[in-house]
Design a protein around this ligand. Structure first.
Ligand SMILES: Nc1ncnc2c1ncn2[C@@H]1O[C@H](COP(=O)(O)OP(=O)(O)OP(=O)(O)O)[C@@H](O)[C@H]1O
Ligand SMILES: [Mg+2]
Length: 432
């Protein structure tokens, strides 16, 4: 069994049968301001990613939430990165039906909340629902199949080599990687679980594990590096639920979809957030390859707000490469990506350029307005009055279509004007 699946507690289940889910594979996203007809986006369109360019007060958060909610109503689960504590209310009911709701929205909100399992995760916040990245797969589960066992060892090596500082093209790294492989295979064959045991094994490498000269010395050094990593990065082999996209995207029995909100509030610096998102994206990539959407119009949704902090147009971050790899490949496997940013100029052009669906909302900064108009022109349109749009008003362009001004619907879950505090996010993590 591959590493990314190893920690899966529940096996991915199929979504509810079609007759139990609402029928049309469409998202109703807006109503054209001119004639009030809602814009219907075929779910399949979201396989080719979506970009939302909109500044403060534009209605960006409301739009993101309604997209996630409408997908959930169609049985599509989502992973939502919450950078600003404004998405962790996706499971909250409005205290009163808002006046801005359209016809049928009250019933849709009820349906959404009843049938969607919203789980708030809080990496690096132990008091909430922490997550961790486990470098070692479940070797016991693959012990009987030599090919799967080898694959599991490969996956472990991929996760451990950079952490053990064995990436360089040096003679030491060359020998070290071989010793690590022998040690991991030895540990796995003996039913070892957990990084702690492997570190102990490396610390005092028994005779016969490796045939290489000097192996015990190399192994001790690796053990030191791995131990240091567990200290500096609490997510690495930490105590939280192992990140498993299968868990994040699979509803429990009786629910139509799961919305996994991953709060970034426990990670203060951009570097911490980027490191986390990088590992998450790598896990997601290897998972979708093994669990493509197949004949479903859309297999899942991955939503990244403040996308410019993860894949900026300037200097690359640790997660630029995995972001671009997902942006290029996810469509093939049916995972829809939604990128939102207040800074169209600040987002990597391979993301902006390739988004089949684009929304432009109110922008204020002249540099961002210019960048937005350039992006729109590249798609054969223009967004001339993007600085005068009201909140909830967007220019939308769908694959091959022209730019249309739409009024987006209010979200179905509670969205007051102030974001949650970190304590309130943690409370929701414990409630879900
Ligand atoms: N589609 C809509 N229908 C009705 N009201 C809306 C809509 N979109 C936004 N609003 C109103 O505008 C307010 C701001 O919207 P939202 O929180 O989505 O803005 P934002 O662009 O995310 O801004 P921020 O910079 O505050 O994060 C909402 O609280 C709501 O009152
Ligand atoms: Mg917002």
């Amino acid at each position: 069994m591959p590493a990314a699946e190893a920690a899966a507690v529940p096996r991915p289940r199929r979504p509810l049968p079609a007759d139990e889910a609402p029928a049309a594979p469409y998202l109703t996203i807006g109503a054209a301001t001119s004639d009030d007809r809602p814009v219907r986006i075929p779910l399949e369109t979201l396989r080719k990613h979506t970009a939302i360019f909109a500044g403060s007060g534009s209605g960006k958060t409301v739009l993101i939430r309604r997209l996630v909610e409408e997908c959930a109503l169609q049985g599509v689960s989502a992973i939502v990165l919450d950078a600003n504590n404004d998405l962790a209310r996706l499971g909250d009911r409005w205290p009163e039906p808002p006046a801005e709701w359209g016809e049928g929205d009250a019933a849709r909100a009820d349906d959404y909340l009843r049938n969607t399992d919203v789980v708030v995760w809080t990496p690096r916040k132990e008091s909430g629902r922490p997550l961790s990245f486990q470098p070692l797969p479940d070797f016991a589960g693959v012990a009987d199949d030599p090919d799967e066992f080898d694959e599991a060892v490969d996956a472990a090596l991929a996760a451990l080599v950079p952490r053990a500082k064995l990436e360089a093209k040096t003679a030491r790294a060359h020998l070290g990687q071989a010793v690590l492989r022998e040690a991991v295979a030895h540990y796995g064959r003996r039913g070892g679980t957990g990084l702690g045991g492997l570190i102990a094994l490396l610390d005092d490498l028994p005779d016969g594990v490796s045939s290489l000269e000097g192996a015990p010395r190399l192994a001790t050094e690796m053990a030191q590096h791995l131990r240091a990593e567990t200290i500096s990065d609490p997510l690495f082999a930490g105590t939280g639920t192992p990140v498993d996209p299968g868990v994040l995207l699979t509803p429990p029995e009786g629910r139509r979809a799961r919305v996994s909100v991953i709060s970034l509030t426990g990670m203060a610096s951009d570097a911490q957030r980027q490191g986390f998102v990088n590992q998450l994206q790598m896990a997601l990539f290897s998972w979708i390859k093994r669990h493509p959407a197949g004949d479903r119009p859309l297999g899942g949704l991955f939503v990244m707000d403040e996308a410019q902090t993860f894949a900026p147009s300037g200097t690359a971050t640790v997660c630029t490469q995995s972001t671009l790899a997902l942006a290029a490949q996810a469509r093939k496997y049916g995972l829809g990506l939604v990128y939102a940013t207040q800074a169209p100029k600040g987002l990597h052009n391979r993301i902006t350029g390739n988004a089949a669906t684009q929304f432009f909302g109110l922008l204020n900064a002249p540099a961002q307005i210019t960048a937005a108009r350039e992006l729109a022109r590249a798609k054969g349109g223009d967004v001339p009055d993007v600085a005068r749009l009201r909140s909830g008003q967007f220019y939308a362009a769908f694959e091959g279509g022209s730019f249309t001004k739409v009024r987006t619907p209010l979200c179905l879950s509670h969205h007051p004007s102030s974001p949650l505090t970190s304590e309130e996010v943690v409370a929701r993590a414990n409630r879900s």
